[in-house]
Design a protein around this ligand. Structure first.
Ligand SMILES: O=c1ccn([C@@H]2O[C@H](COP(=O)(O)O)[C@@H](O)[C@H]2O)c(=O)[nH]1
Length: 590
């Protein structure tokens, strides 16, 4: 745990784990949160704590004569100062991840948005993990033509039961990658010779580590391709990308688990009733005593109390040398990046989705009404009315009272710059937001294809400490023991409502805007007499979408993204502007 982080409150009610023959721990979408959540005690474990936990769980597996595999399904980068504040980005993250002893690891879309990130992944991270790092559908060009980003598949035997496993690593059909990589559509790869050969190998289980939302066509396609050749063999899938706790059942021997995001969740899954046959034939996985194979899943809140509970350790016996070293290194790296530096104190907490948009506590509302109009300005065109558009997905996390240097990256990690289209007719500019918000618009379709996930009813986001319920003690019928309930994940998935390891109180989640519009320098009385033209200002990340939108509105191909210039200096990213704003506008009395 990091020096400034807090352990969760005592007295939480746990749901225990059920071990099987083959057990898994799974993380996904870590997004640089390796220091843990310093403002939320429920998710305050750091990667060092997780490393200690893994080590105890491996020991327990050995004692039980079963196996444990550790999986990570990508998007380890972008979204936290520990990754984004270093120069080059990820300098420390790559070192921090080295002791992370995963069995299978794969690539997410965030490893590919930026050419340098992809390059570093290929030249530094992948060699370290070697053949355990799988990229079944990604290629990279290092200057000599396309080559596989990493190993395509891996066949291996588990340590204790000797289960024979064939593993793959897939990314969804992502199109927003930098041009030094290419992501092959999943359906195409399923037809490739190497894949067809791999699924014909006589193994006990197929394992798919996928940076793919578990409710997608891509995963169904992967499942169906393997199942067609292997009617009886278990297919275990681990997903990611949509940042939620989720679980789906494809058939009685195939499920997919998604384990949340941002080091808030470690997924646990077990398969029982796997009996490897001596002779390899087409039905070597047999149910125990004729009973069907049993699958069990649980979502663990990422904190030391839970890790100790599930690994049967105590505060005294929990830490391993390797885990302690990682926690110490993280603290040193954070210090050298000055991440704890207080920039300002927020007038109140702002949330992305726990407060409705628009409302006073909603961060998008604050951005649209206060921050963007003030900060996004070109001095030479300051008097020209402007409409500023940013994509909702650019904002990544809530704002607590203490806004530190780290917070700027936690909220706005991307290096998007502001571009503009000058003097756009009022009738065109005012229809842009409607165009973006129209579900049928090509913008939505394209962004969905890129993995854009707008508000999702099934995703549930945890609350900060300040939202903890007052101690709500519920006496147990059989004794004097009392539980303390906190607000947090209350996941409902294909196996029901008992998946979370801690019994929480549910919370409400509201829709977030796809695209946010802010207006600035509008003349007095504009409602009665609108300006004839305005500047349309937007992130370069959505420049092509803005051009498409305006072309659709006027019904002709008038704009292309190459026509647009930068509205402000290229250094003026929203991350930088936000930091300046907080420094200037918010006091330091928290
Ligand atoms: O430069 C960028 C890159 C991405 N985004 C937005 O991020 C999300 C996707 O993130 P996931 O963690 O994979 O869900 C999506 O909304 C992109 O639009 C961005 O704004 N800028």
């Amino acid at each position: 745990i990091q020096p400034s982080a807090q352990n969760p409150l005592d007295g939480q009610e746990f749901r225990d784990l059920e071990w099987g023959d083959l057990n898994f721990l799974h993380t996904t979408d870590q997004h640089g949160w390796h220091a843990g959540h310093l403002e939320e005690s429920q998710y305050s474990a750091d990667l060092g704590d997780y490393i200690s936990f893994i080590s105890h769980m491996r020991r327990r597996a050995k004692e039980k004569g079963v196996d444990l595999l550790v999986i990570d399904t990508g998007d380890r980068v972008e979204g936290n100062g520990l990754y984004d504040a270093s120069e080059p980005k990820g300098l420390y993250t790559r070192r921090i991840l080295e002791p992370f002893d995963v069995d299978i690891i794969t690539t997410g879309n965030h490893e590919l948005y930026n050419g340098t990130t992809a390059l570093h992944e290929h030249t530094q991270t992948i060699p370290f993990f070697g053949d355990r790092y799988l990229s079944s559908n990604i290629d990279i060009d290092m200057g000599n033509g396309w080559e596989p980003m990493a190993n395509r598949s891996l066949r291996f035997q588990t340590e204790n039961l000797g289960l024979d496993i064939m593993a793959f690593g897939f990314l969804f059909n992502f199109t927003g990658n930098f041009k030094n990589t290419r992501v092959k559509p999943v359906a195409t790869v399923l037809e490739e010779e190497w894949f067809q050969k791999a699924i014909r190998e006589p193994v006990d289980l197929f394992l798919v580590a996928a940076h793919i939302d578990v409710h997608t066509l891509e995963l169904q396609q992967i499942h169906d391709a393997i199942r067609q050749q292997n009617p009886e063999t278990p297919i275990q899938i681990f997903g990611g990308h949509s940042h939620i706790r989720d679980f789906v059942e494809f058939d009685s021997k195939s499920t997919a688990l998604e384990s949340g995001r941002y080091c808030e969740t470690a997924g646990f899954l077990s398969l029982d009733g796997l009996v490897p046959k001596d002779e390899k034939d087409t039905s070597f996985v047999k149910p125990k005593d004729g009973a069907p194979m049993k699958t069990f899943r649980r979502y663990l809140d990422f904190n030391r109390a839970g890790f100790q509970h599930h690994s049967n350790t105590t505060e005294d016996s929990f830490d391993t040398d390797a885990g302690l070293k990682v926690s110490k290194d993280i603290a040193l790296y954070r210090q050298s990046l000055d991440l704890n530096r207080l920039i300002g104190c927020a007038p109140r907490e702002y949330t992305l989705s726990r407060d409705p948009y628009p409302s006073a506590g909603n961060w998008y509302s604050y951005l649209g009404e206060v921050l963007l109009p003030k900060m996004v300005v070109n001095k030479t065109r300051a008097e020209v009315p402007r409409m500023i558009f940013i994509n909702g997905g650019s904002q990544r996390f809530d704002i607590f009272k203490r806004f530190t240097y780290d917070t700027t990256f936690i909220v706005s990690p991307f290096t998007s710059r502001f571009m503009y289209a000058a003097d756009i007719p009022w009738e065109v500019a005012t229809r842009l937001l409607g165009y973006f918000n129209d579900d049928a618009s090509p913008y939505s379709v394209e962004m969905q294809a890129k993995g854009e996930h707008w508000a999702s009813a099934s995703s549930n986001q945890p609350l900060p400490e300040s939202m903890m319920l007052p101690v709500n003690q519920i006496p147990l019928a059989r004794g004097r023991q009392k539980w303390r309930k906190t607000i947090g994940y209350t996941t409902e998935d294909a196996f029901g409502k008992q998946g979370d390891d801690v019994v929480h109180q549910a919370f409400q989640k509201f829709d977030t805007p796809k695209v946010l519009q802010a207006n600035a320098s509008f003349p007095v009385g504009w409602e009665a007499k609108p300006p004839q033209t305005v500047d349309v200002v937007f992130f370069d990340f959505i420049a092509a979408n803005v051009a498409d939108g305006m072309n659709r509105i006027v019904g002709e191909k008038k704009w292309k993204k190459e026509d647009f210039g930068y509205y402000m200096s290229r250094e003026d990213t929203l991350t930088k502007l936000m930091l300046e704003f907080v420094q200037e506008e918010w006091g330091k009395e928290c």
